[in-house]
Ligand binder design. Structure first.
Ligand SMILES: Nc1ncnc2c1ncn2[C@@H]1O[C@H](COP(=O)(O)OP(=O)(O)OP(=O)(O)O)[C@@H](O)[C@H]1O
Ligand SMILES: [Mg+2]
Length: 247
């Protein structure tokens, strides 16, 4: 029987759920997926990517306009950050560029995310920097589900294989992203990777060239959904279901 969002959001009895979007390859769709998932799950989006291509900037947050960083204060002062409320987009705890040098130890990141989820009493979606760095390991360790977008090209599949071989026993959920008639060998390779570790798969997310041209920063899934976005939003709805029912 499928769980409802309301039931899922209550979490495991100690805290609401944490969903981390991670991939060992850059550019495969972590941030795009994280923003939509956070919006649809009514979760707080915690951005742990310090690069200019991060979710915070895509969502219109410019760190240079602020003196303080709630994320830094959260890590260094033990203060639970107050998320910035989003209209037609997720509530956000933005990242800051110095996080690259100031990354806390992974255990501190895990502890902080778990504490914040409890304090907010809301699910948390974490966007991460590509690859295995302290902040990403911390977020992966905290996660009830690790959503891994994977593009069906050689380099991404190599990176995916490295990631799943390293993170055996982690609650991974692979979503093939930017799917555009992948060749037979790529389908076979993905199937082998998934089968070897018995990893569940989320829905296919098709390549939608219009996504790359978007300049507005509201969630693609926010109503009213544009006609061209219907197929993408259907995939995101499918991903939400897969996350909620993740065993
Ligand atoms: N389904 C899709 N169809 C078409 N383009 C997409 C899709 N998903 C993401 N993109 C585009 O691919 C690029 C990378 O996406 P995104 O920023 O989400 O990846 P990322 O994994 O967060 O990258 P990084 O590793 O740099 O943080 C962006 O231009 C984004 O608009
Ligand atoms: Mg990103």
């Amino acid at each position: 029987m499928s769980k409802s969002l309301v039931e899922w959001a209550k979490g495991n009895g100690t805290r609401p759920p944490i969903v981390t979007c991670a991939a060992w390859k850059g550019g495969d769709g972590k941030s795009t997926t994280a923003r939509e998932l956070a919006y649809l799950l009514d979760a707080v989006l915690v951005d742990l990517d310090w690069d200019a291509g991060c979710s915070s900037r895509s969502m219109g947050y410019r760190h240079e306009n602020y003196v303080r960083s709630p994320l830094r204060d959260g890590f260094t002062k033990g203060r639970t950050p107050t998320p910035i409320s989003g209209r037609r987009k997720a509530d956000l705890v933005p990242s800051y560029p110095d996080l690259v040098e100031e990354q806390p130890h992974r255990d501190e990141v895990t502890d902080a995310l778990e504490r914040w989820a409890r304090d907010w009493n809301r699910p948390v979606v974490v966007d991460t920097h590509p690859g295995g760095c302290e902040a990403t390991y911390g977020a992966v360790n905290a996660a009830d589900t690790v959503v891994v977008p994977a593009v069906m090209v050689k380099e991404s599949l190599n990176a995916l294989e490295g990631m799943v071989d390293e993170l055996t026993d982690y609650p991974l959920l692979i979503t093939p992203n930017k799917v555009d008639s992948p060749p037979q060998w790529a389908r076979r390779r993905l199937a082998e990777i998934v089968k070897r570790h018995d990893i569940p798969m989320g829905p296919l997310v098709y390549d939608e060239p219009w996504i790359r041209k978007r300049t507005i920063n509201i969630a693609i899934s926010s109503e009213p959904v544009a006609k061209r976005a219907r197929r993408f939003v259907d995939s995101m709805d499918g991903l939400v279901k897969a996350v909620i029912n993740y065993a």
